[in-house]
Design a protein around this ligand. Sequence first.
Ligand SMILES: [Cu+2]
Length: 345
Amino acid sequence: MFTVIAIIVAILAVVAIAQLVKVWETSTRLKDKDVNDVTEKDNNTQGRLMLLFGVLFMVSFIAMVMAWGNRFLPEPASEHGIDYDFLWDISMGLIVFVFFIVQPILFYFAWKYRGTKDRKAVYYAHNNRLEAIWTIVPAIALAILITYGLTTWSDITNPDNEEAQVEPLVIELYAKQFQWTARYSGQDNVLGAANVRNIEGINVVGIDAQDANGFDDIVAMEQLVLPKGRPVLFKFRSQDVIHSAYMPHFRAQMNCVPGMVTQFQFTPTISTSEMREKADIQERVARINEIRELDPEKDPYEFDFVLLCNKICGAAHYNMRFPIKVVEPAEFDEWYSEQSTFSEL
Ligand SMILES: [Cu+2]
């Protein structure tokens, strides 16, 4: 009902504005003036408005960065996260640098060269040198940025486990509307075959009961526990629509696509309890709790790493989150040994 009223109001508003414009046009015609005539006064007003807008634009940019700059992600908690953040800083640094040169000039010129009666625009059709400069300089800058970005991306997505002589821990993240489930590969570190057709009762991710690799698999519905300092190779699957596994603190994101398995590997470097000790995190938590205190029904927030769905996958997409706990390797081994395997269920 509210939507219908809102749409009717919006339509009526458009009609009212159209009518007002008509009235204004008729009134100027009565005064024997052409509405399309641009007067000296119009040019001055528009020029000054441009200048004013430019100043407000720059001031609001600086004010927003100062006010909300501390809402950026905290320090990365994964090995590759440092390279990732460096790439981000370089790209943003360059963009902001160019922004601060180009935008003030743009609005200043709009005001300085506004139309006046005795100024005539210069007819300047072509200049090869200028064309070359503004083509080649951005082309070189972009080529460097893109090459740097692609090499960083390929280093992040293709870690050489053989050279590093590590065997990453294999974990599956299974996405469905609107829930995450983790499946650890167990003693053999090999995930058993799985298929959506096998989903029944407690077999929530559809493990194939015929495949011996799956007997020792461990399914975790409550949270994702990861060992600090050990590479983890995630295998992503989806039951229904495209989801996206986003682990912001680890600078990791990968789509979960029905019918195929995607993957991403990273090494957690900071445990949950270490992260909670950090001054920056404590400041963020305090800020969040200040807001939560206003609502007596809300419990205080405590920092946790989190896995979020980053693809608008349906009505309860916002609710598709899974806590991640990074612990010391010994604690992980202890937790791992306490879990029931698929064959024990
Ligand atoms: Cu989703």
